[in-house]
Design a protein around this ligand. Structure first.
Ligand SMILES: [Fe+2]
Length: 268
């Protein structure tokens, strides 16, 4: 955990929880409800400061409003204002039916900072890819033109950068060129964060940091031609990212892994 600063804002990112429609159902042999609860326990035990809790998609694996309410119930011990954006496995109507929390495109005032949340699930290709709509790109451009002196953090589900995994590059953000052009033209964008990859990433998009958090469910092994789960070692463990947003525009992120993996057996 980073040095605590009283005038900084702490944001916690949890992503790709993939809760199944019914409690006790396994996702790729993992009890993902239990793993998420273990992540919550870890955060509470460590006293992680959390001003804002950001959930970056694939929160539920094609479940209804009940599954989203179960997700929020598991997260209940955590402090912080809640925000969520959809991933390719989410049902936006079910998210909206579960709570009145905004879902998708949203600007959040973080004091010195602005958080811009994007819905990257437009124009799905049926295999996992998604796009930012033309309307959303215009909205982003307009938001970036406002208050150019205030630092900005952008969050979306799909990764806008390609990776060393062919199968994952086929389902990344489809219209990434338009998005990265906007990011690179706006020096106040300090960081872009995403989920979707089920693996940790720390890179750059021009002047901005780019971070991806591991999933709270299963992890995907990096640099693979075809889909492969990470099943061994510390990188197989569920994880999360925290971000410390400083008043001077600085940002720091840390990655934590929680374990062990909660192998389950199907309930009868
Ligand atoms: Fe996912």
């Amino acid at each position: 955990m980073a040095e605590a600063r009283s005038d900084s804002i702490y944001l916690l990112q949890l992503t790709d929880c993939h809760l199944m429609p019914q409690p006790g159902q396994l996702f790729r042999h993992i009890d993902v409800d239990l793993q998420l609860a273990q992540v919550v326990d870890h955060l509470v035990a460590n006293g992680q400061p959390i001003d804002h809790l950001l959930l970056t998609g694939d929160l539920v694996h094609h479940g209804g409003a009940d599954a989203y309410l179960r997700l929020l119930d598991i997260l209940a011990p955590l402090p912080g204002e809640r925000h969520w954006i959809p991933g390719n496995h989410d049902e936006i109507d079910a998210m909206r039916a579960a709570t009145s929390m905004p879902c998708g495109q949203e600007e959040v005032d973080l004091g010195y900072w602005r958080l811009l949340l994007l819905d990257s699930t437009s124009h799905p290709d049926g295999r996992g890819s998604g796009s930012l709509s033309e309307e959303e790109l215009r909205w982003l451009q307009q938001r970036l033109a406002q208050s150019p002196e205030r630092p900005v953090l952008i969050a979306l589900h799909h990764n806008p950068l390609s990776t060393a995994s062919d199968w994952q590059d086929q389902i990344m953000l489809a219209n990434t060129a338009a998005f990265t052009e906007l990011v690179q033209s706006a020096p106040q964008v300090k960081a872009v964060i995403c989920g979707h990859l089920h693996q940790a990433q720390s890179r750059r998009i021009g002047q901005a940091q780019f971070w991806c958090s591991p999933s709270t469910s299963v992890q995907f092994r990096p640099a693979q031609a075809d889909f492969l789960l990470e099943t061994e070692g510390p990188d197989a463990r569920p994880g999360y990212r925290w971000y410390r947003l400083d008043a001077d525009g600085g940002i720091e992120s840390g990655l934590e892994r929680v374990g062990p993996v909660a192998q389950g057996s199907e309930l009868g």
